[in-house]
Design a binder for this molecule. Sequence first.
Ligand SMILES: [Zn+2]
Length: 214
Amino acid sequence: MQLIILGAPGAGKGTLAKNIQQYKKLTHISTGDLFRKHIKQQTDLGKLAVRYIDQGLLVPDEITDDLIEHELEIIRSDFVLDGFPRNISQAEELDRIMKKFDIKLTACVHLDIDPDIVIERLVNRRSCLDCGAPYNLIMAPPKVEDVCDKCGGKLVKRADDNEDTINHRFETYRQETEPLVNYYQDKGLLIEVNCDRGILTELDNLWQDLLVRE
Ligand SMILES: [Zn+2]
């Protein structure tokens, strides 16, 4: 099974990706993790990406595309993509890559959410400084305050999880990423999930939908 997760900031993409990974035994491919891995290992792509990141610039699409192509060539099947594609041009690029390696997309899962709910959720979001595990002080709190359940690392708030930057990220998402909903709907690959009550309450329905497509 090959999946894409699409969702507004704070809709629960990370949480869903982790659950899908455990339940369906899929490899979680997150662009953030991939960049960290390549930068740490000082690969050619990592060295290229770090030049932009060091200057506070967005990494150009071509570099991210190459990163995904490199990864899919190795993995080939049973994965869930998180953080890619982010716009129509990346989606077209993904189509090309998948065709090249003869990979079929099973579905694109779209997490839909009310912006007001997102803002409340994001300001309560924390993640582990060491392993990146996601938490939410209201919906998925750690057992011990500010400490990661999994590795004992310190939980931190992302610098961009405040109301102004959240609004800005939502706007960027609307303009660039939301057109992908129609893109995948036209291909008959879209599964819509309303996340206003939290992604965890919707998992059973989602497994049913995926079972049909498997
Ligand atoms: Zn941790």
